[in-house]
Design a binder for this molecule. Sequence first.
Ligand code: SAM
Ligand code: SF4
Length: 501
Amino acid sequence: MAQKLFIKTYGCQMNAYDSARMAELLAPLGFAAVAAAEEADLVILNTCHIREKAAEKVYSELGRLSRLKGARQAAGRGMTLAVAGCVAQAEGAELMRRQPAVDLVFGPQAYHRLPEMIARAARGCFVLETAFEVERKFDELPEALIPGGPAAFLTIQEGCDRFCTFCVVPYTRGAEYSRPVAEVAAEARRLVAAGASEITLLGQNVNAYHGREYSRPVAEVAAEARRLVAAGASEITLLGQNVNAYHGRAPEGVGSWGLGRLIAHLSEIEELLRIRYTTSHPCQMDDELIEAHRDIGKLMPFLHLPVQSGSDRVLEAMNRRHRADDYRRIVERLRRVRPEIAFSSDFIVGYPGESEADFAATLDLVREIGFAQAYSFKYSARPGTPAALMEDQLPDQVKVERLRHLQALLARQQRAFNERSIGERVEVLLERRGRRPGQLAGRSPHMQVVNVAAGDELLGRVVEVEITDARAVSVAGRLADARPNAPRQLAPPIKEARIPA
Ligand code: SAM
Ligand code: SF4
């Protein structure tokens, strides 16, 4: 009998990606998605642990769901309640102790085993899976993807080895892991075949990407063949998942590819018109990636590059391992190679010991760079992280005041950025219906939300829009050209990346 599934996703785009893959994994078992927990036989909360508020929201939702589960049981209908993601990873058994209505608790690296876990829960077992096995997860997930619409996400990297002192990611997502190039490229092709024109490459620390390359260099293959013949072989069968895709132009060097090279390779997928990536660390903006911004027109002129603070003292205490001037230099280099590039960032205010002068340095940096948009947060002490143990924690009132001040500045910058685009013609990928009837909404190359009067037949198309109006977090415009635009290739892609598809 068909079962009903409701997944509630908290936090980042990587969680949204994981939720989509869970739904896809459960579809063959007869689970159909529904819009509310009230209708569901299986409810999964895919959680985020990055700030205290995010974790608290999960506990309060669990309270509501446990009452719902009780009511359903009283009416003779069961409900399985699962907690996935980073809160599950961090809290583990504690979660089941605090909320006995929970049947399954599993971390981000275990969801490929969902069918088996659900079967165990159905037999009345409590299921707790919080081991780190990221490689197996990607190996065992099925290939097919639920089409994510014209703008899709693709996780290429998970985990983090950088250990910023405030952050739980290295503890909840584990060590850094990059998916092999072949796997990423195959998934990108499937997304494009399913209708995606834009792909955002995801990773907690996406520019740490170092995926295994997939065509073995010719010299290596030839040397191995000689060894096999010398050892007595008279016949050799060349193997590969898609062996006739090999055409011998193996990239130079062996080992792994960085993000710049991966983007160059993906940009060769003809129907893929736009590429983005998030979230990056400033220390890993290497030359190849900066050159990708220069050379690859499909790489959108927008970069979310978190800086957290403009104070060197705070950056050092956070273990960010760069100074504010390093950040300025990266922005400058990117602006030199791609003058129209716009920036977004993450900021934390009220880190332990942050003085007025430190905070003023953050405001100075913001004024100097000028951000098109940004996210800013009050520092939130996360159990198990070094910063949570620091003595000079700031009063909430100070954090609230600084956050208000910073957000006012960032909001002014975002509005000014939007206002400057009035009169410009920009390419917009129309992703969904707008708020008003007869309106579609999409994103400009600079990630602005653009609302435009257009019919449904243009959904999923890239159109040219003249911006006529600016608001705080969006712009509006009119269709200038409804024909799909040919992808722009500003310069030939990075040479080494031209390898067999
Ligand atoms: N890897 C990215 C980087 O290095 O900047 C950040 C990814 S993190 C998942 C997303 C954002 O959450 C961070 O950039 C930071 O601003 C915010 N964040 C992380 N831990 C936090 C904490 N303890 N309190 C407040 N904000 C936090
Ligand atoms: Fe967290 Fe990003 Fe630092 Fe990694 S680099 S520890 S994900 S803030």
